[in-house]
Design a protein around this ligand. Sequence first.
Ligand SMILES: NC(=O)c1ccc[n+]([C@@H]2O[C@H](COP(=O)([O-])OP(=O)(O)OC[C@H]3O[C@@H](n4cnc5c(N)ncnc54)[C@H](OP(=O)(O)O)[C@@H]3O)[C@@H](O)[C@H]2O)c1
Length: 259
Amino acid sequence: MRLTLLAAALAVFVTSTADAKTVLITGSNSGIGLEFAKQYAAKGWDVVTTHRRDTAPESLSTLKNAYPDQVRIETMDVTNFDQIDSLAAKLEGTAIDLLISNAGITGDFRNPAPQSFGTLDYEQWENFMRINALGGLKIAEAFTGHVKASEDKTIVSISSLAGTFGFKGPTMPGGYWYRASKATLNMYIKIIASDLKKDGVIVASLSPGQVKVEKMGNVSFPGLIEPDVSISGMISVIEGLTIEDTGTMFSHDGSRHAF
Ligand SMILES: NC(=O)c1ccc[n+]([C@@H]2O[C@H](COP(=O)([O-])OP(=O)(O)OC[C@H]3O[C@@H](n4cnc5c(N)ncnc54)[C@H](OP(=O)(O)O)[C@@H]3O)[C@@H](O)[C@H]2O)c1
């Protein structure tokens, strides 16, 4: 009887693994990307985590130890197009249900001068645009075939309300490079969504809210939320997306925004 129950349990496990959906997340060694990886692994998904370091970050090795059959760790700097193309080739034949373009930089909010009018550091502009805007575009283009081959066919970019023209809320002082690069990313999302709608691919921009991530240290301010709150909210939004939502921006709380 015990053996029968064990066999039945194993069968369920094998079936659910074979049927598992796949998510690929850029910049998944910390903050929002890491929390997405943790939550999708806990939901039983296969998770392709990616990072830009020379060796696998400890955060991802720890996650892989917890979910050895579900989590894989790959190197991919979103500014390195050779690395992007080679990972896309390596994953050929793997359907990616959900592509999360998360890798991004914000700048040091404790030192706003390089992004403030009057003290702008123009040397930083290219780095922001290459990571936050071009990176998201290239990732979408490189992995579109994998997404089209999947069941869910979804691409989301972690963007920001601060990169929308209607934004009126509080934001970091200055933020010239950050906001302009996210606005560019949002425009790319709109154009990609329009191009891929005929293929049934849903492309959306997500605003995570103001999320307390490791790199912020002990800082605290009103409205700051914990990663698990933001990411579980964004996962609910993703689960509710339909092709009618393509080219749209949503906040983690489900509100829809013009951008
Ligand atoms: N936290 C917030 O309140 C907030 C609000 C709005 C939007 N966002 C967006 O959310 C995303 C994640 O940010 P986060 O807050 O979680 O910050 P984070 O902890 O600094 O995470 C950023 C991730 O992106 C990676 N990354 C940076 N440049 C990269 C590159 N060239 N190639 C590959 N990976 C790269 C980082 O890797 P390294 O560790 O190697 O640097 C890190 O894994 C970003 O796009 C950010 O703009 C965050």
